[in-house]
Design a protein around this ligand. Structure first.
Ligand code: FCB
Length: 429
């Protein structure tokens, strides 16, 4: 696929460590990880991959891989330690050096501005339940663009707002650990409002492209469970795609959202984006809820497929189905797509045939979608390095590069070499 962009992805809290350095403020993930019982084995991101100190070595790994782009995230609490107010020059300085290091190696930096590490000070005011957080986000986005915008041309606003809403605020399995059930809905609206305001701030600062990264899943169901599946699709996919691409929320969610909606919000949210980032891991099988709970659906295990070390089913065709489905649903309103995350956790060793097969099959699925007419322009592997996998701590390894967390030694896996060959084929075609 000529002109296709290959990349690798990471996120700040998952790799940086150095949580007390150079004026970084606390984030909700520091608080959550240090709360006993929240993260497997009591792991925290205090050190993680120590990328804050080893970034040059990691840029060299990216260069060896031959990727055209690197998707990383900027830690809001490094840039605006208290969430609002004073900007921390040293925090911006770190990303400044990283961007220069990438550009020297011919790698395009693609920063995400929010990959879940909200400044704790903002959480103390209500976090994303509070509308004000959206405005603080846009201000912070403007500060980052002001410093990096002369060299960074593509920014991503949010990473997977659905996962942050669901796991962070509805179920409480991620930071900030609130279990509000349907009470988490305003978190969707405020993140989307923050996204729209940030698109405007970034464009005003000269950004050429702004993307939003959504986690999308094809929703499967038996015939008799279609209604439940439509509701799940509404919460997981349409709640985050419809307002951005069409300027409207799914009807059935309006009663929960309307109290938080103000005139003009949807116009801000639908400010045109230049691409949709899609993170794909697996399809979701939905059935009708049997217990008469809050929600009319339940999630059932997808059976009959191999599973990753995490237990996630491996369904490459689901990615083709997802992409062609987006094309069908949104038609001309769908911007170009980049797969901003896809990958798997696997055994610790460096002979990771499982991951090579996984990546090969999923890249094939992307190619099939492109052949079916979907404008998909790139693919970023999750992840460059083994890292802090949220509530799983260091127990799940997603890296093309193995990390020994005792010594911080990096060792490229077979999948690194395989992906390097894919990148090389494209740049020579
Ligand atoms: C995604 C997250 C990313 C990583 C992968 C495995 O939901 O965006 O940070 O944890 O899952």
């Amino acid at each position: 696929m000529a002109g296709f962009l290959y990349g690798a992805s990471t996120a700040s809290y998952q790799i940086e460590g150095a949580v007390h350095e150079d004026g970084r403020g606390p984030s909700i993930w520091d608080t959550f990880a240090h709360t006993p019982g929240r993260v497997r084995n009591g792991d925290t991101g205090d050190v993680a991959c120590d990328h804050y100190h080893r970034w040059a070595e990691d840029v060299a790994l990216l260069a060896g891989l031959g990727v055209g782009a690197y998707r990383f995230s900027v830690a809001w609490p490094r840039v605006v330690p208290a969430g609002s107010g004073a900007v921390n020059d040293k925090g911006l300085g770190f990303y400044d050096r990283l961007v220069d290091g990438l550009l020297e190696r011919g790698i395009e930096p693609v920063p995400t501005l929010f990959h879940w590490d909200l400044p704790q000070a903002l959480e103390d005011e209500g976090g994303w339940l509070d509308r004000e957080t959206a405005y603080r986000f846009a201000e912070y986005a403007g500060h980052v663009a002001g410093r990096l915008g002369d060299r960074v041309h593509r920014f991503i606003t949010l990473n997977e707002p659905v996962v942050h809403m669901a796991q962070g605020y509805a179920w409480g399995t991620h930071a900030p650990g609130r279990a509000l059930g349907l009470g988490a809905l305003p978190v969707a609206h405020h993140q989307l409002l923050g996204h729209g305001l940030a698109v405007q701030a970034l464009k005003a600062a000269g950004a050429r492209e702004v993307w939003l990264t959504n986690n999308c899943t094809p929703v499967w169901s038996a015939d008799e469970d279609r209604a439940a599946a439509a509701v799940y699709d509404g919460f997981h996919n349409r709640l985050f795609n419809d307002p951005v691409l069409l300027g409207s929320y799914p009807e059935f969610l309006l009663p929960g959202l309307e109290p938080h909606l103000r005139d003009g919000d949807l116009d801000i949210i639908r400010t045109p984006i230049d691409a949709l980032g899609v993170n794909y891991y697996n399809p979701t099988l939905v059935g009708t809820a049997s217990d008469g709970g809050d929600l009319p659906f339940e999630i059932r295990p997808v059976e009959g497929y191999p599973t990753t070390a995490f237990g996630w089913p491996v369904v490459p065709d689901g990615l083709t189905e997802l992409l062609t489905g987006l094309q069908e649903t949104y038609g001309d309103a769908l911007p170009p797509i980049y797969i901003t995350e896809n990958g798997c956790s696997a055994e610790e060793g460096v002979a990771d045939t499982f991951r090579v097969d996984y990546l090969q099959a999923h890249l094939g699925a992307v190619r099939a979608a492109a052949e079916a007419g979907v404008d998909v322009r790139g693919y970023f592997v999750w992840s460059l390095l083994d890292n802090f996998e949220w509530a799983e701590g260091y127990a799940q390894r997603f890296g093309l590069v193995h990390v020994d967390f005792d010594t911080q030694e990096r060792t490229p896996r077979d999948s690194y070499r395989w992906f390097r060959d894919q990148c090389a084929k494209t740049s020579s075609s």
